[in-house]
Design a binder for this molecule. Sequence first.
Ligand SMILES: C[S@@+](CC[C@H](N)C(=O)[O-])C[C@H]1O[C@@H](n2cnc3c(N)ncnc32)[C@H](O)[C@@H]1O
Length: 309
Amino acid sequence: MKGHKIVLRFTAKGMPSFFNQFTGVIGAMVIIVLFLNPAMGQEKDLDVPYASTPPDVVEKMLDMADVGPGDYVIDLGCGDGRIVTAAARRGAFGHGVDLDPKRLKEAREKARKANVSERVMFVQEDIFKTDIQQASVITMYLLSTVNEDMRPRLISELKPGTRIVSHQFGMGIWDPDKHIILGDSYMKGESLTLKEQIEKINHEIYYWVVPAQIEGQWKWQLNGNEFTMNVQQNFQKFQANIISGQDTLVVDNKKLVGKKISFTASSPGKKMHYAFNGKIDEDRQIKGTIQIHDPDARSIKKWEARFVK
Ligand SMILES: C[S@@+](CC[C@H](N)C(=O)[O-])C[C@H]1O[C@@H](n2cnc3c(N)ncnc32)[C@H](O)[C@@H]1O
């Protein structure tokens, strides 16, 4: 019954851009294809039907994630492998994952023609089961609902700092760090084929950086005083309060990008102002720098915070 899953996904909740506009058309096409062409039966196992990302959109996705040598790119649902092959042309290594053997064959052929076969692979696996931990960049052109189903794995299994780029679809409650819309919509009520729709829509690109887990209590010492910070985290966004002695500091300018954290904190009446900047390591310690903006004595100190609970 997975084929019905495809139909439902196309007609289900919150499809942005062209899937919103073409739900009916695409839903009808998928139903016709599935019922009139038994050879397409194998597509029942797919969570997303095949459609390719246009080459200029591929390049924009790779630009956004700043893909280059030293990166390992995994394309979830790789189709003809164009994203992994384009990443390899920039010096990255990587592999594509797809369930459809026909696409994998095309992908290997494309990589061979581009002379990058020695540093890319294409594997027949399910995106929900495949190992993603070694990626420094994940690329996707799936669907909002499928992205949302993938979200728990992306957050818990990828290393903090891993970049994720998605063509066309967001990830529900996880706001992107960046989001761009390319091109003008050509949609003026014409009846277009699926291929034309994909070529002529506004292409959107979503970009996230997997944040380190910082929720909880942190402590550090500064000039003989203990500082306690309580953090509530919502993906890359967080709320924090800092207590030092009798003072509760006002925390501002908060930023969490992968393992990197920075914020400012001011004492009541803004008598003292601190700027914190550090990196969260695997042992849940933050190491970095504190600027102390004391009107009488400005100084720069080491910041070493430990996670308490
Ligand atoms: C929209 S295409 C994207 C192709 C390519 N990434 C691109 O951007 O040009 C989605 C691909 O996901 C594959 N796919 C769908 N469900 C899958 C699953 N559960 N596991 C692996 N691949 C899947 C399909 O075969 C299809 O090739």
